[in-house]
Design a protein around this ligand. Structure first.
Ligand SMILES: *Cc1c(COP(=O)(O)O)cnc(C)c1O
Length: 368
């Protein structure tokens, strides 16, 4: 592997394949796999990831927004794509690009039917979301009665799946609540199947639930984070391989003495002979200011180098006093010696936020 000469996010497709197979091996045979590739496949590269997942045999894709789905269609992705957070303004585009909307309320259901009928669509695939306790999007028991009534009156749409989302599937202390969500979903799904006279795909599990609630697989699961190598649990993390490694390079080394200061606001005051390395990465790339002042650090030639002073927009300085290194040497931000979970924790956050936050300005490099 050639060393990084600028900031690059390396995306390891072998690791992706390993994760896909590991998660799939958890499923009851016949249960379908929906790969969640919203937010640029969690900050990686949605097109490269989608192409690989199609090759691996994913059954479905999910993204959050319409534009994300259009991007995949334009890149030649042909698998069905669920738009998790579809919005009425985009319904015509959803149909134009053969994407499948999540209809989560009477308003979205009615508006989508109206547009599909106007376009003389027949059995256009749609997904129905139930709110079982997340209280974000979805029909509840109380307003459920809208659905079958509306569906029966039209031939323009067809419910291809019904689903719900768990609020705390990674947290064992919330087990009772999670089980109640699963139970609630099961009841709503049973009612729906009875009312529409056929069984659409049913799904509620995200990555953590696939591992923690194996009996709740229904007929499909939705995995995002796990595909990229994380599962909200150290034991499960050990079974997966992180897909992304964020690397950068030493642009310059500064030899400093007592009394010198480093960076904006003179925030770091040098106490004795110190060497710092300047790297081309900053808060505009997703390495937020919270990581500054030694809260987190990077790895240089296998050794830990804490961030000194403030994180700038485009640049970060690290302390390499104890490290044998030179200008042009590679620096690892996360991946390899530094698990992204640990780096994220140093900034008080979670891998979801860290990896989706790496800006598009950082070069993506596909390996394997
Ligand atoms: C993001 C998302 C997922 C994926 O969750 P992971 O924890 O990353 O597996 C599944 N379902 C919905 C509705 C989501 O928004």
């Amino acid at each position: 592997m050639p060393k990084a000469e600028e900031s690059v996010l390396e995306i390891d497709l072998n690791a992706l394949a390993h994760n896909f197979k590991t998660i799939k091996s958890q499923l009851t045979p016949g249960v379908k796999f929906m790969s969640v590739i919203k937010a640029y496949a969690y900050g990686n590269d949605s097109v490269a990831i989608a192409q690989k997942l199609e090759e691996l045999g994913t059954d479905y894709f999910a993204v959050a927004y319409t534009e994300e789905g259009i991007r995949l269609r334009k890149a030649g992705i042909t698998s069905p794509i669920l738009i998790l957070h579809s919005q009425p303004v985009n319904f015509p585009k959803i149909i134009e690009h053969c994407l499948e909307p999540n209809l989560y309320s009477a308003r979205t259901l009615e508006l989508f039917i109206r547009i599909a009928e106007k376009q003389k669509q027949k059995d256009y695939p749609v997904h129905i979301k139930f709110n079982t306790g997340m209280n974000r999007l979805g029909f509840t028991e109380v307003n459920y009665y809208n659905i079958p009534e509306k569906i029966k009156k039209t031939s323009a749409i067809k419910i291809v799946s019904a689903f719900s989302h768990l609020a705390a599937s990674e947290n064992w202390r919330e087990r009772e609540f999670t089980l109640s969500q699963i139970h609630n979903f099961s009841n709503l799904a049973t009612q729906l199947v009875k009312d529409i006279d056929y069984e659409p795909l049913l799904h509620i599990c995200n990555t953590s639930a696939i591992f923690n609630y194996p009996k709740a697989g229904f007929s499909m699961v939705r995995s995002g984070l796990g595909l990229y190598g994380f599962a909200n649990d150290p034991k499960l993390n050990a079974r997966l391989k992180p897909v992304g490694t964020l690397k950068t390079v030493i642009s310059q080394i500064q030899e400093l003495e007592k009394g010198d200061t480093v960076g904006y606001g003179r925030a770091f005051k040098v106490k004795g002979p110190t060497r710092t390395a300047t790297v081309p990465l900053g808060h505009a790339d997703g390495i937020k200011r919270i990581y500054g002042h030694g809260k987190a650090g990077f790895f240089v030639n296998g050794k830990y180098a804490p961030i000194v002073g403030k994180v700038c927009m485009d640049i970060i300085m690290i302390d390499v006093t104890q490290i044998d290194c030179k200008e042009g040497d590679e620096v690892i931000v996360f991946g390899g010696p530094q698990h992204a979970t640990r780096f994220a924790a140093a900034g008080g956050t979670i891998p979801y936020e860290l990896i989706t936050g790496i800006s598009q300005r950082v070069t993506r490099k596909i390996i394997n």
